[in-house]
Design a protein around this ligand. Structure first.
Ligand code: DC
Length: 213
C-alpha cells in the first residue's frame, strides 16, 4: 500500500463497518474516519435547537450553527471521537434519539456538503467508513469495499449496543434503510461482501487479502 492511499468502507446501518474499519486501520497502521459520527454531531445540534421541537429541522439555521461551532472529528485509532467546542461529546452521539433523527439530517444536501468538506481536509492514508465514501467523497480511492448483512443479523448486532428490544431495533433499522437508500449505493468499482454468518476477524482477513493481492 502506498502512503497516499485511501480505503473506503461503505454499507448500511449495523453492517459492521465501524468495527471492521477500526481493526483494518489498526492492522495497516493507519487512521480511520467514521463519517457517521459527523452526521450524528449535526443531528445532536439539530436536536438541541429548540425550534426543532415545533417546526422540524430547518436546514439554513442548522448550517449556520454547524459553521458557528467548532466541530472536530478526532481520528483516534482506538475509536474516533467528536469534540464540539472543545468538549468530547462522543458518548452523546449513540442514543436512540440521535438514531431516530440522523437520517433526516443526513439527507440535507448542505449537511452532506459540510461533512464531505471536513473529510477531504484529512491527509491520506486512512480508511474512510460510511455511506457514499467510495461513490461520492473519495471516487479516486484505490480500494473500495461495501459490506452488507441481512436485516435480522444487523438488528441482532445493534441490540447488543442499545438498551432496546430486538423487535424495536429491527423496525428502526428497516425504516432507516429506506430513508438512507439514496446515499447507500455501492460504488460501481467496490467489492461487495455479504457478512451474514461471518465473524469480524473473517471480514478483516478477507479485506486484507484483497489489499495485499
Ligand atoms: O454509520 P452510522 O449508523 O453511525 O450513521 C449514522 C447516520 O448517518 C445513518 O443514518 C446514515 C448517515 N450517514 C450518511 O448518510 N452518510 C455517511 N457517510 C455516514 C452516515
Amino acid at each position: 500500500m502506498r502512503p497516499d492511499e485511501i480505503i473506503t468502507l461503505d454499507g448500511p446501518s449495523a453492517s459492521g463497518k465501524s468495527t471492521v474499519a477500526k481493526r483494518l486501520a489498526r492492522a495497516l497502521g493507519i487512521p480511520y474516519l467514521s463519517s457517521g459520527l459527523l452526521y450524528r454531531a449535526a443531528a445532536l445540534l439539530a436536536l438541541s435547537r429548540s425550534e426543532h421541537q415545533k417546526e422540524g429541522i430547518e436546514e439554513g439555521a442548522l448550517l449556520k450553527s454547524l459553521e458557528a461551532r467548532s466541530i472536530r472529528l478526532v481520528p483516534d485509532p482506538l475509536g474516533n471521537r467528536v469534540l464540539i467546542d472543545g468538549q468530547d461529546r462522543t458518548e452523546a452521539l449513540h442514543t436512540q434519539e440521535i438514531d431516530r433523527v440522523v437520517s433526516q439530517v443526513a439527507r440535507l444536501p448542505g449537511v452532506r456538503e459540510w461533512v464531505n468538506r471536513r473529510l477531504k481536509e484529512v491527509p491520506p492514508p486512512f480508511v474512510a467508513e460510511g455511506r457514499d465514501m467510495g461513490r461520492v467523497v473519495f471516487p479516486e480511492a484505490r480500494y473500495k469495499f461495501y459490506l452488507t448483512a441481512s436485516p435480522e443479523v444487523r438488528a441482532r448486532r445493534r441490540t447488543l449496543e442499545r438498551p432496546q428490544a430486538y423487535e424495536e431495533v429491527l423496525q428502526d433499522l428497516l425504516q432507516r434503510d429506506t430513508l438512507d437508500q439514496a446515499q447507500s449505493l455501492p460504488a460501481p468499482d467496490a467489492l461487495v461482501l455479504d457478512t451474514t454468518g461471518m465473524t469480524v476477524e473473517e471480514v478483516v482477513a478477507w479485506i486484507l487479502e484483497r489489499i495485499r493481492d
